[in-house]
Design a protein around this ligand. Sequence first.
Ligand SMILES: CCOC(=O)[C@H]1C[C@@H]1c1ccc(O)c(OC)c1
Length: 310
Amino acid sequence: MENEKMKIMIFGGTGYIGSFLAKASLLLGHPTFVYARPITPRTTPSKVELHKELQSMGATFVLGEVEEHEKIVSALREVDVVISALAYPQVFDQLKIIDAIKVAGNIKRFLPSEFGSEEDRITPLPPFNALLEKKRKIRRAVEAAGIPYTFVSTNCCGSYFVNYLLHPHEKGDDIVVYGSGEAKEDVAMYTIKVATDPRTCNRIVIYRPPENILSQLELISLWEKKTGRSFNRIHVSEEEIVKLSETLPPPNDIPVSILHSVFIKGQTVFELREDDMEASRLYPDYEYTTVDQLLDIFLVNPPKPAAAVF
Ligand SMILES: CCOC(=O)[C@H]1C[C@@H]1c1ccc(O)c(OC)c1
């Protein structure tokens, strides 16, 4: 089947990453379906707005809970590709999606909710490793089910961590630097491309656009150049971070363990192997947004803080 005709269903399509995926799928011309919880009086106004925005862009909503097996099976029978962007607390809900894919029998590719570190190549501090262990279990369940898959290892590609580190929406002059600050993002568009590319079937794809590999200190210096401001670098040592990962009550011990992995150990920039697939090399004609361009966007439209749920 030609790529542009592939129908894509996104679970978690009204979440942070999921909404970018749904928009990228629509922009790339795929009939796009979003499986999402029904709107209730408790649904936030921003979520209601997002439903309307995606529908106006052409998305078809299938409203239900992940527990509704029959509903999911019949919805899957209308599509070709399934992408999960469920948040980390729902990682094991993906086992229900896997069961429905096995029953439906027609799905040509499944991308579980990854969008972070390459869990089969790193061993971070225990709290983060416990989260990655759950994601490893989902990978093994997909492989055991014989479902055609692509696992996307996006690491810190995308604006999330640039926003996290620089917090451009806030006006203060302090920027926290984790460790020495020396350890060195278009996630959605790449993800839709890899989800419908025969070359990436049953492969891991790593996202590492070469121009976007910067250390914290390089990023802060670039931001100072752009803003004409100078920032106080508040250094937090590795010892302090490790201590917090050991003493903070769960789940607050997870973010600090991720910071340790990403900013201090540089575990999102592991050595690529000869046969590794890297997104920007797979699609050389796709002009990804460089960090330099992203900071120009931050100058005029600083994103609000995004905070994952653990
Ligand atoms: C320090 C704050 O981190 C986060 O908010 C979550 C979104 C970050 C995340 C979660 C899971 C990951 O695998 C990952 O790899 C870099 C990153």
